[in-house]
Design a protein around this ligand. Structure first.
Ligand code: GDP
Ligand code: ZN
Length: 325
């Protein structure tokens, strides 16, 4: 990526720049590749990046919660000095949403990503089925196809934890990749996923997200350990998010709080739509809008009783349903 050269003011002479950026070739649509302290880096087609601010009108919208985030497709006007103004945010195809702390407003972390890669560790920190289901529902509800990564399969006892997860989530239709940074397992398969389009690696702290990215691309040098890339949010540092360009061609969202994504704003009545294994059965319940919790002749509960739906998945559904209100 190269930065846009400021256009020398004497190249055209004063007066040639009529209207706001109308004569400049850079006006157009781009992707927000970095957000930092109210400044936006926008990558235009052709790979040129410009520094942009947002129009006052959009700023007001921002205050009401609809921020401009990494991955947003925006229309920018470029002024003679090469700086830009974001005029419009184009409709999003997907959204990665983080639950607001303490029930506050949700926060959109990234837009238009191609997939969510849920990362858990087979051991240390231990994985629970509910954690996996939560990550997948975040992806499903944001319109993102999901892949599950089970890292640290080198640790003692890890294969016994990983095997049933591989079977369960594979059967539901998710791609599951077992990895170990330590033992160099599964990294090629993960690269295959991450090297096209744009991804968010989402999962709790300590599962190895930074380590996996560093292993794929040593040049990244993301910090590994307790203070790592997604929690860089000290009181004195500016919150910054970016889309990391991988050398292999993919992009990965690097944004604070990616470990705390939770389920938010999902209507209780639509929750079953975000569980692919429940989704198709829900139509067969006796009652329309069946919650699958207590109604009679519920096709979902019937399938759980017959062992066709995993009990852990059903428990996660019930827990999230309870949470959704
Ligand atoms: P993040 O918080 O998800 O970004 O996790 P980090 O990448 O910071 O890793 C947390 C800890 O787990 C570090 O001490 C890593 O060295 C360790 N770790 C990461 N991947 C593996 C792995 O595959 N196997 C083992 N045994 N440890 C790992
Ligand atoms: Zn039902």
């Amino acid at each position: 990526m190269s930065r846009a050269e400021p256009r020398p003011s004497d190249a055209q002479g004063p007066g040639h720049h009529e209207g706001r950026g109308s004569l400049l070739p850079l006006d157009g649509v781009g992707t927000v590749s970095r957000v930092r302290g109210g400044r936006y880096e926008v990558t235009l087609s052709g790979g040129v990046s410009i520094d942009a601010s947002i129009r006052g009108r959009l700023k007001r919208q921002k205050r009401t919660g609809d921020r401009v985030v990494i991955g947003d497709r925006v229309r920018v006007a470029v002024s003679p000095d090469g700086s830009g103004t974001i005029e419009e945010v184009l409709p999003r195809s997907t959204e990665l949403v983080r639950r607001g702390p303490g029930g506050r407003r949700p926060k959109i972390l990234a837009a238009n990503l191609d997939r969510l890669v849920g990362v858990v560790a087979a051991r240390s920190p231990d994985v629970t089925p509910e954690l996996v289901d939560r990550l997948l529902v975040v992806g499903e509800s944001g319109g993102l196809p999901c892949t599950l990564v089970i890292n640290k399969v080198d640790l003692p006892g890890a294969p016994e934890v990983a095997a049933p997860l591989v079977r369960l989530y594979g059967r539901i239709g998710y791609r599951v990749i077992c990895t170990s940074v330590e033992a160099g397992i599964g990294l090629d398969e993960l690269a295959e996923v991450l090297c096209s389009g744009s991804s968010a690696l989402v999962g709790p702290s300590g599962v190895g997200k930074s380590s996996l990215l560093n292993a794929l691309e040593p040049g990244l040098e993301l910090r590994v350990g307790d203070v790592s890339w997604k929690t860089r949010r000290g009181r004195h540092t500016t919150v910054s998010s970016r889309l990391i360009d991988l050398e292999c061609g993919g992009r990965v969202a690097d944004t604070p709080g990616i470990g705390d994504v939770g389920v938010w704003g999902v209507e209780p009545t639509e929750l079953d739509q975000f569980f692919p294994d429940l989704r198709s059965l829900a139509e067969r319940c006796r009652f329309r809008g069946c919650s699958h919790v207590r109604e009679p002749e519920c096709a979902v509960r019937g399938a759980v009783a017959r062992g066709e739906i995993d009990e852990g998945r059903y428990r996660s559904y019930c827990a999230l349903r309870e949470e959704a209100g």
